[in-house]
Design a protein around this ligand. Structure first.
Ligand SMILES: NC(=O)c1ccc[n+]([C@@H]2O[C@H](COP(=O)([O-])OP(=O)(O)OC[C@H]3O[C@@H](n4cnc5c(N)ncnc54)[C@H](O)[C@@H]3O)[C@@H](O)[C@H]2O)c1
Length: 277
């Protein structure tokens, strides 16, 4: 049987790194790409053989084409799983977020994913049962207040993936996404672009939610990696982590105003609690 292969963006940290380690441990050939060259070196060293690593900024389409072309030389032109995972988040009410931060989220989270998919389709077409997988977010179950632009980018990823799950079927390929809730990664460090400008509830969220037991609980990145594995071996279009996050998507679909009003009430409660003497 031909060696299975996965190409991962944002592979040097968090979810991407956990996914690289899992697939490698299962005998796959792993392509690791990220802007963080130091963390990539650490990962490559850890993986040893059966991998290729490269510095890649997903917003650079030419660099993406080159990275996939080089990856293909290592896999005899095959690609079983394209994992468009790299993403960034900045929080704050839209009117407080500097516009270059807004633009960078759109560039990385939408254009970065499009660059990857467009470059990968020729390889996916050539590989039986291949999967184009993307990282959406729980922020694409209901628009996330305080993370409006991030939310919008993740809705875009989800819509794109849904459409491709139909388009790619004509080649025998698949497309699916995962919507993780709160995952314990450095994403939450970067969220705080300016102390004070970010709604309190979004600061240190991965740490703050560790004791929760509901759908907002903090999960390790390894759980998302396991979900990528399940997605390759399964047939779902949308995956949720934790799985009960799907309830929010369903609740929104039937009664978005109810969910909106609940979120407004929760924000008012939090504000009142903060101002209580
Ligand atoms: N952590 C969470 O709670 C959470 C929840 C839902 C969705 N997500 C999504 O999961 C994905 C992975 O994030 P994470 O939580 O592992 O965060 P992370 O910050 O730990 O890892 C993201 C990786 O992407 C890399 N990266 C950033 N910009 C890049 C670029 N332009 N080109 C290539 N690589 C780039 C970073 O160097 C980093 O290694 C993102 O798309 C994020 O939006 C995360």
């Amino acid at each position: 049987m031909k060696q299975k292969s996965i190409f991962i963006t944002g592979a040097a940290g968090g979810i991407g790194r956990a996914t690289a380690l899992l697939f490698h441990s299962q005998g796959w050939f792993v392509g690791c790409y990220d802007i963080d060259s130091k963390a990539l070196d650490v990962l490559s060293e850890e993986l040893g053989t059966r991998c290729v690593a490269g510095v890649l900024d997903v917003t650079d389409k030419h660099a993406f084409d080159d990275a996939l072309a080089h990856f293909a030389t290592c896999t005899e032109g095959h690609l079983d799983l394209m994992f468009n995972n790299a993403g960034i988040a900045f929080a704050g009410y839209l009117d407080d977020v500097p516009f270059e931060k807004v633009r960078s989220m759109v560039e990385v989270n939408i254009m970065g994913v499009l660059n990857g998919i467009h470059a990968a389709i020729p390889l996916l077409k050539r590989t039986a049962h291949s999967l184009c997988f993307t990282t959406s977010s729980s922020a694409a179950t209901f628009g996330a207040p305080g993370m409006a632009v991030y939310s919008a980018t993740k809705y875009a990823v989800k819509g794109l993936t849904e459409a491709l799950s139909v388009e790619l079927a004509r080649y025998g390929s698949r497309a699916a996404d995962v919507s993780p809730g709160i995952i314990d990664t450095t994403l939450w460090d970067g969220v705080r672009y300016a102390e004070g400008a970010v709604p309190t509830r979004l600061q240190n969220m991965a740490v703050a939610n560790r004791d929760r037991t509901d759908a907002g609980r903090t999960l390790p990145p390894e759980d998302v990696a396991a979900c990528v594995w399940d997605a390759y071996h399964g047939d779902q279009v949308h995956w949720y982590l934790p799985p009960e996050l799907v309830d929010r998507d369903r609740a929104k679909a039937t009664d978005p105003e109810k969910l909106r009003d609940e979120l407004i009430a929760q924000a008012a409660d939090r504000s009142a609690a903060r101002h209580r003497p």
